[in-house]
Design a binder for this molecule. Structure first.
Ligand code: ADP
Ligand code: MG
Length: 614
């Protein structure tokens, strides 16, 4: 079936925007890295009414990116126009800029890509006999001819930034770039479940969605059947304005799938937002989603959610970001409230009205996902040290680890432990704010950051085990297959030997899953699947370190006690003893101090006591 038969209007004339329109377009770098090229090409394919989009990359996209679709194609006479700056078939007047229904509208992408790389475009509208193939070098047309091809468009981009060494230097490792590409494709695969996406990374299939139109099916391809089966349908609908006679009343429709509180994750990147068919990032709407989980989830944990917001095109400005990553809603607070309401009602177990454009029928097979209170009752804290706030009696403060040292009058003599110095024997006096251990030493008081200190202790222990080639592993009774999102599977491939050296025994299965046989002993084996997923999330977020150290420091950080954890006196003593035995006790693996020392002399001075003779 051609794009036209699926209801697409077919290729339109491509015209250069009038200067006054072009000048209103949010300026900025369109092509920043391979993932931005893939995003633009995928958006073009979707605008062309594609039912299937295939993406292939090599060497993180720097060597090759190929995006092909079965969309409407470009008319032979329009091919060159498509590469002109500000040339588009999607926008005519300035007014259109306020009612954009397509993903693209600036006419900049093909021009920008062809200026940054070698491009070969092959395109054929359904009505044409054959395809046109055009090659661009350095932004100029190098050749044009015909080629055999099925209807649709394929764009091949080679040697990104090869002629622009200054920009090429900013590219990260091929694996890191591949992960960014995978994450863009994942976002769109979830955003457009009616389209089948296939992603190949260096010849390996990283993602394949079936394109059934059911978001749950897309979620299954991305996060696995287990996660998909647990998601609850969410929906809400609010009017954006007081009803007025004779005026059309704009509405905000929200639909989607959200995880029960028990399905929590260590990062916010499992919250996917879609606005009018476009993947967006929005701190406000992420907050709106999380708001609905407040008090239902352990502190510092985040839900899995796919949320789609639909407002009339005039109610949202898509022209605020050079790479179209963000949008601005005219009634942001109302949209926020509608999103929160949709999620809240899904969690409360209220029967969600089936949102026609984004929902899946209840599955006959598989267990019924727990809902509302039931789901809450089955919510397990991730570790015994991370109780949900309502069980611990005080709100845990995820920001606590980052809060500065108590301010006030500076005490001279307050110092982190000098480099290379061992800790003296310390006697614990107690725990302050569930964050700092207060201890007495031979000369004054010692304040120890419990998380940083534990990180240091674990880091050295795991390092020693790794150097001996004998990681402390916790073997699983049965190997577990763990479904990983495509970018996480990339991360595993990138760091497989380091993960192995730390105690993760795993082998790659088809379609991004891995078979897990053991986890590092430091993580415990209570929920090995979650340990791995959380660990990978933390690893992805770890930007300060690289290489084996990054994998190791992340493990130490995941396994360490957190700010907010209450430590019993024996645990305090054990931690201090371990830190005393550490070879570099003064800082955590990231370089933050673990210990602050207040000397007796400095205390005396602060209290204006005469110097003591001892
Ligand atoms: P924009 O998408 O903002 O219009 P682009 O530079 O991405 O600008 O593309 C320019 C034009 O080329 C589009 O308006 C469209 O007409 C045409 N085009 C690009 N890619 C495709 C495709 N995959 N299928 C059909 N037409 C395309
Ligand atoms: Mg475009």
């Amino acid at each position: 079936m051609s794009a036209e038969e699926r209801g697409h209007p077919g290729p339109g004339p491509i015209r250069v925007l009038a200067p006054e329109v072009a000048s209103r377009i949010a300026a900025g770098e369109v092509i920043e890295r391979p993932a931005s090229v893939v995003k633009e090409l995928v958006e073009n394919a979707l605008d062309a009414g594609a039912a299937a989009v295939e993406i292939e990359i090599e060497e993180g996209g720097a060597a090759l990116m190929r995006v092909s679709d079965d969309g409407c194609g470009i008319a032979p006479s329009e091919v060159e126009s498509a590469f002109l700056r500000h040339a588009t078939s999607k926008l005519r007047s300035e007014h259109d800029l306020f009612t954009v229904r397509t993903l693209g509208f600036r006419g900049e992408a093909l021009a920008a890509v062809s200026a940054a790389a070698d491009v070969e475009l092959t395109t054929r509208p359904a009505g044409e006999q054959g395809a046109v193939r055009a090659r661009y070098r350095g932004g100029e047309l190098a050749s044009r001819g015909s080629a055999p091809s099925a209807p649709g468009t394929a764009v091949e981009v080679r040697g990104l930034f090869a002629q622009l060494p200054a920009r090429r230097r900013f590219l990260r490792s091929p694996r890191a770039e591949a992960r960014a590409v995978a994450s863009v494709v994942t976002d769109y695969a979830l955003c457009r479940p009616a389209v089948s996406f296939r992603l190949r990374v260096d010849g390996r299939q990283a993602l394949h969605t079936p394109g059934t139109g059911e978001p749950r099916d897309a979620v299954t391809s991305v996060y696995g059947a287990q996660v998909a089966s647990e998601l609850l349908p969410a929906s809400a609908d609010r009017s954006l304005r007081e009803p007025a006679p004779g005026r059309e009343q704009p509405r905000c429709l929200v639909g989607g799938l959200v995880g029960p509180p028990s399905l929590h994750r260590g990062s916010r990147r499992y919250i996917h937002l879609v606005a009018n068919g476009r993947t967006i990032s929005s701190r406000a709407l992420v907050h709106a989603v999380e708001e609905a989980y407040r008090a239902l989830m352990p502190a510092g944990r985040h839900p899995v959610a796919l949320i789609r917001v639909e407002v009339p095109p005039g109610q949202v400005d898509v022209n605020v970001h050079p790479r179209k990553a963000e949008v601005r809603f005219r009634h942001e607070q109302l949209v926020y409230a509608t999103v929160s309401e949709a999620v809240r009602s899904a969690l409360s177990g209220a029967p969600a009205p089936e949102a026609p454009w984004l929902d899946a029928p209840a599955r006959a097979d598989g267990p019924r996902p727990p809902r509302g209170r039931e789901a809450l009752a089955s919510a397990q804290p991730a570790s015994s040290l991370q109780l949900p706030p309502d069980l611990t009696g005080a709100p845990a403060r995820p920001g606590a680890a980052r809060s500065p040292l108590p301010s006030g009058k500076p005490v001279s003599g307050r110092a982190a432990l000098p480099l290379g110095e061992r800790l003296p024997a310390l006697r614990p006096l107690g725990q302050f704010d569930r964050l700092y251990l207060v201890a007495e030493g031979p000369d004054g008081l010692y304040l120890v950051d419990q998380h940083a200190a534990h990180e240091r202790v674990l880091y050295e222990r795991v390092l020693t085990a790794r150097e001996r080639g004998r990681p402390e592993r916790q073997a699983l009774l049965e190997p577990v297959a763990v479904a990983l999102a495509p970018d996480r599977a990339e991360l595993v491939a990138e760091l497989s030997s380091e993960l192995e050296a730390l105690g993760f025994e795993l082998s790659e299965l088809d379609g991004g899953a891995v078979l897990l046989r053991s986890v590092p002993a430091a993580l415990g084996s209570r929920d090995p699947e979650r340990s791995l997923v959380d660990y990978l999330d933390a690893l992805d977020a770890e930007e300060r370190l690289t290489g084996p150290d990054r994998a190791l420091a992340t493990l130490a950080c995941r396994a360490a006690v957190m700010a907010g954890d209450r430590l019993a006196p024996e645990e305090q003593r054990a931690l201090l003893q371990d830190l005393e035995a550490a070879s570099e006790p003064q800082s955590c693996p990231h370089g933050r101090p673990t210990v602050v020392h207040l000397t007796r002399e400095a205390l005396d001075r602060s209290f204006r006591r005469p110097p003591q003779r001892r």
